[in-house]
Design a protein around this ligand. Sequence first.
Ligand code: 9D3
Length: 252
Amino acid sequence: MDIHVLTIFPDMFPGVIDASIVGLARTRGVVGVHLHDLRDHTNDRHRSIDDRPFGGGPGMVFKPEPVFRAVEAIERSISSDRAVRRVLLTPQGERFTQPAAERLAKADALILICGHYEGFDERIRTGLKPDELSIGDYVLSGGEVPALVVIDAVTRLLPGALGDERSAPEDSFSRGGLDFPHYTRPVEFRGMRVPDVLRTGDHDRIEAWREMKARERTRARRPDLLDSARPERDRATATPETSQTTNGRRKP
Ligand code: 9D3
């Protein structure tokens, strides 16, 4: 897969994309991450990417021309037989969940368009018809960190990205619940002991214990993930929680 990122802050990406699974996947040729500076697609002397909003008001709006020119240039560089998805990172987008990552991972190429603390001219939406994604309900200063989240979540799903091909499907959000508790040596640390069951070597008992602990933890912290009546594709999409739980974290 090739992931193209359109941004006014390309310097925010190295470091994250060089490290860990994404870094290794790039080294192995599983994914290519290509950074495009939006300012390189401007025409004016000042390399303007934004302008004042029609109708007045504070803030600035991302101009359509540089974004269209950049997306068209990127798409000319991609062979026409490849499945390309345009993705706009915006607080108004659909929530980016594990099923959304799985859908994006099927594409041959992604174009991630990052905005900033200002809006996009609406014609970027209506003209380019991108998927619109938000990573959650908190205010960030731009779409760059969300783009890194998408790059990370999608890359680790690509064949060959993980050393161990077993790992991705067994992850908590793919299984539909939270992880069980993990322990390593020492057996006792500051008075806290590793549960005896984990040292019995009885793999059936260990598996049963882990399932119980995972379910307990999911029930306490994320009961929304336990509703097995919901379709698989919706399972990572939380609905507001109303029921009281055992640990008192949630209000009724
Ligand atoms: C003026 C404040 N906001 C009005 C409700 C608009 C606004 C625009 C752009 C707020 C933040 C941003 C910058 N954020 C993103 O571009 C962004 C984002 C986010 O802030 N939270 C979660 N996901 C995303 S994806 C892109």
